[in-house]
Design a protein around this ligand. Structure first.
Ligand SMILES: C[S@@+](CC[C@H](N)C(=O)[O-])C[C@H]1O[C@@H](n2cnc3c(N)ncnc32)[C@H](O)[C@@H]1O
Length: 275
């Protein structure tokens, strides 16, 4: 199907998905949306956006399937190794020292698009390895959220295949995972640090969390058009304490309006401090 004269039909379809299904993909980048929509057209046996829009009317359960397909949950443990190394080198020592100085041994971190849990569990493992014996002295809360309910259910289960864990250094696998059927499950002491919840970054205002020490907002902005990136980043920024750290990872960049309010901690890993 050509998308050339389909702009209007696509607008109407995304408007319907927003009004009828509560999912707001109107300002997601069109390239990804149209590619993913093709899969739903194929799956539902429809051939045009108009036909698919009518299909949604008679099959409301399709909204959920569409949302599943439009949200890309590709992730990985320590996906950007460099970013995690820099957080452990530049952010954790400062945060831990500051907390100890103030006699408040707690850390609260948000993984704002957590997919199937790889990112928040990586954060928990990084903290466990960094704090070592000090871990018990700290109250750790890692909030992990996503729009994709299927991904959240899988994240909560914490079970991964050997293939998904093959890039982990053997000591990390041995120390933080246990064999489970054909795969592995994340150990309880790591899982206990993480709580999962459903949040739509596009629809959520005000921020669901406040006064956070650190937010990971990685590999989500790339799917959004510029003005929506602004909105999401401003939400995430609003959830941080001052000082608090924003980790965007190697793929994302902060929007121009946010830059003056951030101090760069590491340019490649795009780690910033709220000022
Ligand atoms: C490519 S994954 C990134 C996962 C992880 N942050 C990483 O860097 O590996 C993008 C995630 O963003 C989620 N997502 C997309 N739109 C969202 C929204 N409006 N609110 C919350 N999460 C969203 C998707 O469901 C998906 O799990």
């Amino acid at each position: 199907m050509s998308t050339g004269n389909n702009g209007k039909a696509l607008d109407l379809l995304l408007e319907k998905v927003y009004r009828g299904g509560g999912y707001d993909f109107r300002d997601y980048k069109r390239g990804t949306v149209t590619r993913r929509l093709q899969r739903r057209l194929y799956a539902t046996g429809t051939t045009t956006y108009e036909e698919y829009t009518r299909f949604l009317e008679s099959h409301p359960e399709e909204y959920q399937s569409l949302a599943e397909d439009l949200t890309i949950k590709v992730s990985g443990f320590f996906r950007s190794r460099h970013t995690f190394q820099q957080v452990a080198r530049l952010v954790l020592p400062r945060l831990v020292a500051q907390k100890m100085r103030h006699g408040e041994p707690s850390l609260s971190i948000w993984s704002a698009a957590c997919a199937r849990g790889e990112e928040p569990y990586s954060i928990a493992i990084m903290l466990a390895d960094f704090l070592g014996n000090q871990l018990d002295e700290f109250e750790i809360s890692i909030h992990a959220s996503d729009i994709n309910r299927q991904a959240l259910a899988e994240a909560e289960a914490g079970v991964y295949s050997p293939k998904e864990l093959e890039s982990l250094p053997p000591p990390v696998l041995a120390n933080h995972f246990s064999p489970n059927g054909e795969g592995y499950v994340v150990n309880n002491n790591i899982r206990q640090m993480v709580s999962f919840s459903h949040f739509d970054l596009v629809a959520t205002t005000p921020p669901p969390f406040t006064a956070l020490d650190c937010v990971f907002c990685c590999n989500i902005l790339i799917y959004l058009q510029r003005q929506l990136q602004e909105k999401v980043l401003s939400l995430v920024y609003g959830s941080l304490a001052t000082p608090g750290y924003l980790v965007l990872g190697e793929v994302e960049t902060p929007t121009d309006s946010l830059r003056p309010r951030l101090e760069c901690v590491n340019a490649k890993a795009r780690i910033y401090k709220k000022i």
